[in-house]
Design a protein around this ligand. Structure first.
Ligand code: GDP
Ligand code: MG
Length: 440
């Protein structure tokens, strides 16, 4: 999607005459790309109207059109997935917060229950899971297996057939034992059957959830709108978790679901493993959809911290990023915490690393990365890292000097390479329009 949108924008900005026809053709191409990415058609038409207005009103001579269009697409998409006025659920410690999951069979509820349980457990909550799926054979075993692997206490029954009773008993038991987060997994039928919704409502009345979460399979595409609407009407969920974002899903369904229900997406599932759960932030989501990192957000955050950034920012804008810049950044990151906020804004590896390993472990790892850089020479630090290419002896020397391993040094160099590339991309995106374009 990102590639197509960028291509559309490039086409129009590359042509020597940017007339109305060219802009219309570009808007059409962007719209097609979005519809293909499963964004709801009505939303796309609205978006197109808005983009057109933005481009027209900002159509001043000398203004970089490419930048305006890219920014307008980015901003509009962010707006669509952002639920600014929605209340975000914040569980309180030392009291029982009941979280109920709803969604169709196969959406990923049971898997996501465990992921969320682990997420909260890592943040110091006492977490338990209740299996209220008495419909599907093997449902309890699945939850039990997941819970055991993640070392999360669980409750369920092989004999009781009434899901409402199991849910109620489980929640009561965990409440008595002063559990702080009690996650209730429910059944989901193949289709949105009446019985499913009736059962959901009854379980809801029995356990009185503080938060209801709808789990939505991202790969259902255009069906996202109808499905999320139906669930919203019967369960009035307060958050969405979008699963299987690691697969072929294009993510447009997320936009439709949010727009149809005015409910925020809390997390996205990005794999089958326990740690494959990422916080959802509109900017990051759209950046990924469009294939860019949220550089702007990161820069804003970094600037707001008043850290020692001047040289790095200047370098970055010039398309440069040296080892020394990385050293400064890592030191700053370690100073500024919480890492998870930073992680959301980083593209690729580093963000995932923080999300998966948790704060403490990441912090340790980051410190080791700083040791590596502390062992580099001035010349090495002022380079973009390519000085190490085909220089195994340099790498070994740095590893020895820093008390780390060759693997760790190599990993750091990979990271550096990514940032250096990002700096280049950012610069290219900000570059003035090609000659012949200006003023048109
Ligand atoms: P439920 O019927 O809603 O409880 O769905 P399950 O939790 O049993 O998940 C159905 C299937 O989807 C399982 O094979 C999961 O491993 C898989 N699954 C769930 N979440 C994700 C995800 O984020 N990514 C991928 N690739 N698979 C997932
Ligand atoms: Mg299940």
């Amino acid at each position: 999607l990102g590639r197509r949108i960028n291509a559309a924008v490039s086409d129009v900005t590359r042509s020597s005459v940017v007339d109305q026809n060219a802009v219309d053709a570009m808007l059409k191409e962007i719209s097609n790309a979005l519809v293909e990415a499963d964004v709801n058609i009505k939303l796309v038409l609205n978006l197109r109207k808005k983009l057109k207005a933005t481009i027209d009103t900002e159509d001043k001579p000398g203004v970089n059109k490419k930048k305006i269009i890219q920014k307008a697409v980015f901003d509009e998409l962010c707006e669509l997935v952002d639920c600014k006025d929605a209340q975000v659920f914040k569980p309180r410690k030392k009291q029982s917060n009941v979280v109920m999951f709803v969604g169709l069979q196969g959406a990923g509820k049971t898997t996501t229950c465990t992921k969320l349980a682990v997420y909260y457990q890592r943040r110091g909550f006492k977490v338990g899971m209740v299996c209220a799926d008495t419909f599907r054979a093997g449902a309890f075993d699945q939850l039990k297996q997941n819970a055991t692997k993640a070392k999360i206490p669980y409750y369920g029954s092989y004999t009781e057939a009434d899901p409402v009773k199991v849910a109620f008993d489980g929640v009561e038991k965990f409440k008595k034992e002063k559990f702080e987060i009690i996650i209730v997994d429910t059944s989901g039928r193949h289709r949105q059957e009446k019985e499913l919704f009736a059962e959901m409502i009854q379980i809801g009345e029995a356990v009185k959830p503080n938060q209801t979460i709808m789990v939505l399979d991202a790969s259902i595409g255009q069906a996202a709108e109808a499905q999320s609407k139906a669930f919203k009407e019967s369960s009035n969920f307060g958050a969405i978790i979008l699963t299987k974002m690691d697969g072929h899903a294009k993510g447009g369904g997320a936009i439709s679901a949010v727009a149809a229900t005015h409910t925020p997406i809390a997390f996205i599932g990005t794999g089958e493993h326990i740690q494959d759960l990422e916080s959802f932030t509109p900017r990051q989501f759209v950046s990924k959809l469009l294939g860019i990192g949220d550089i702007q957000g990161l820069m804003e955050h970094v600037t707001s911290l008043n850290l020692d950034q001047k040289d790095t920012l200047k370098n970055f804008q010039e398309g440069k990023f040296t080892m020394r810049d990385l050293q400064t950044q890592m030191n700053n990151i370690l100073k500024m915490g919480p890492l998870s906020k930073i992680a959301q804004m980083l593209p690729g590896g580093m963000g995932d690393m923080i999300n998966q390993m948790g704060e403490e472990e990441t912090s340790k790892k980051f410190k080791r990365m700083v040791y590596v850089m502390d062992s580099m020479t001035k010349q090495e630090l002022d380079s973009d890292g390519s000085i190490f290419i085909d220089q195994p002896s340099r790498i070994v020397r740095v590893a020895r000097g820093s008390g780390t391993s060759v693997t760790e040094v190599e990993a750091l160099l990979m990271q550096q390479k990514m940032f250096a590339r990002m700096a280049k991309t950012t610069k290219n995106m900000q570059q003035q329009a090609p000659p012949g374009m200006a003023g048109k």
